[in-house]
Design a protein around this ligand. Structure first.
Ligand code: AMP
Length: 398
């Protein structure tokens, strides 16, 4: 069912409560001053904020930051984000030192049309994660309409993502969420073939659901990262000291057998005897010697994965191919980023999601050369699994 979007609303003079994802890295200097690190998520919300300001609405923004314990904690305050947003918008951003309550309501009343207020961290209230109706009602009391522009938290039913919609007549997708849904829906509804998924990262356990959901739809699933060693060990390969989820060997074997050749595993590996960027490394084909661990996919694997990707018309990528945080083991991940950029140029629809793959594509400088960089990791995987995202399902129908 199509959902209402911010473009369908008349925002003039309205109090618009927007759930954004301002859960950004914060740097703290020696004097304890806190500033925003990577501001990608803040910039991603700008189109929605600007639309509200242009329509002369009042933008009341809310977000969580980190994992405070349901009570105020200055080390998780959103106040540096308000300052940063001010510089990005080149306009005043008011900051409320509470999330709900009399003082906040009074601030909202005094806001001129076309202005912005950022509320304090929603997770300073225990009712946020508990999705407490009383807290959701107090949030809703601040506004006339609700807009969800936080795709990254859409898979969580919290008061600020789901509960709040019950107490307002209209709840709509923001521009970012709308774009996310548009692109990710293309991966679910009749994607052009060949359709190839690239999955990596640490754990098979995080990806079982998405592998099961993708198998009937895709032509190939190319696997990399530590999760490939769980598969290889399950198939009887020697993986040395590589990271393996012992309790997932049976599941991995079953998935592999059911996939009837669609799951492709690395044929060679960059290995080292220590989990260290400076550890001496070598390429091994096939089985990994005892005492060595696989930390990246090898050159043959890169070449064959690239060949498959260059033939694809639809590609989704989630999870690094190795320990890409260490430059000496980032080659495989960077090569996949480059292959996606080149495939996009050849006309493929390419979607990247998950914190690490996004960091890798940005680090490699290919962010602008793929079709869509998703702001959701967990949310994207759940969407691809065909699960209903509570933060989207709760929005008004179009
Ligand atoms: P995930 O959070 O599941 O996407 O996993 C990302 C993490 O997996 C990154 O921090 C990588 O360093 C790590 N990773 C990827 N490949 C390997 C590997 N071969 N051995 C150990 N860790 C890995």
């Amino acid at each position: 069912m199509a959902k209402l979007s911010i473009d369908d609303l008349d925002l003039s003079g309205k109090r618009v409560l927007v759930r954004v994802d301002f859960n950004v890295p914060i740097d703290t200097d020696e004097e304890g001053n806190r500033t925003v690190g990577d501001d990608t998520r803040i910039r991603a919300a700008l189109p929605t904020i600007r639309a509200i300001l242009d329509a002369k609405g009042k933008a009341i923004l809310m977000s969580h930051l980190g994992r405070p314990k349901g009570q105020p904690d200055p080390s998780y305050s959103l106040s540096p984000v308000a300052q940063h947003l001010e510089s990005l918008l080149d306009a005043r951003v008011r900051f409320a030192s509470n999330t709900v309550g009399e003082a906040v309501e009074s601030t909202v009343r005094s806001m001129p049309a076309g202005s912005v207020l950022l509320l304090e961290n929603t997770r300073f209230e225990s009712g946020e994660r508990e999705n407490d109706p009383a807290f959701a009602r107090r949030l809703a009391a601040l506004a006339d309409v609700f807009v969800n522009d936080a795709f990254g938290t859409a898979h969580r039913a919290h008061a600020s993502t789901e509960g709040v919609t019950r107490f307002l007549e209209q709840s709509a997708m923001g521009k970012l969420v709308k774009t996310e849904i548009e692109y990710l829906s293309k991966l679910l509804d009749s994607p052009e073939k060949p359709y190839v998924a690239v999955l990596g990262g640490a754990k098979v356990s995080d990806k079982i659901g998405v592998i099961e959901a993708l198998l009937p739809r895709v032509d190939r699933i190319l696997i990399g990262g530590a999760m490939s060693y769980t598969f290889l060990k399950a198939l009887g390969e020697n993986v040395g000291d590589s990271r393996v989820e012992e309790d997932k060997l049976k599941t991995a074997k079953k998935l592999y057998d059911e996939a009837e050749g669609k799951i492709v595993l690395p044929s060679d590996h960059v290995v080292a005897e220590a989990f260290d960027n400076d550890a001496p490394r070598e390429v091994v084909i096939g089985s990994i010697p005892n005492r060595a661990m696989g930390l990246d996919i090898g050159p043959d694997t890169i070449a064959s994965y690239r060949e498959t990707l260059m033939e694809a018309k639809t590609i989704v990528w989630n999870g690094p191919m190795g320990v890409f945080e260490m430059t000496n083991f980032a080659t495989g991940t960077n090569a996949i980023a480059e292959a996606l950029a080149d495939a996009t140029e050849k006309g493929a629809l390419t979607v990247v999601g998950g914190g690490d793959s996004v960091a890798a594509i940005v680090q490699a400088g290919f962010e602008e050369r793929v079709s869509h960089v998703s702001t959701g990791g967990g949310a994207m995987l759940e969407f691809l699994e065909g699960k209903e995202l509570p933060g989207i399902a709760a929005l008004s129908d179009a």
